[in-house]
Design a protein around this ligand. Sequence first.
Ligand SMILES: [Fe+2]
Length: 126
Amino acid sequence: MVQFQRVDCFPNRNGQPTVEGFHQDGNRHVGMLIVDRNNITDDSGVSQYVMDDNGKKTDDLIFNAVIPPGKLIYWNDKRVWHYGTDLKVADANTNGGRGTRDIIIMSAKTPPANMPLGPILNFRSV
Ligand SMILES: [Fe+2]
């Protein structure tokens, strides 16, 4: 499954990439490609992961970083839970006060034959 997702924010309303909090998507193999981050603060949209313990979320963060545009993160959705922190506008006088983050989520029960498997892959050299 491939899902395109844009989350936006305004000076009076943060954007919420994951309104449900830490969660699992359901399919074992998940890849998230960050396409663009526009007019959001550098500490917005932090990708956070914790381990799964027999169907329950654990507490300690095992990954806590802003993934830049052009990079893809792959994970085993049976082993971890994930969350994205709120998006905050960087400059209220830019882009009509709107900030956005665009991502593509790819997921599968079994990995496609040519899917690269790894923690973080450089998808595009800038
Ligand atoms: Fe998710």
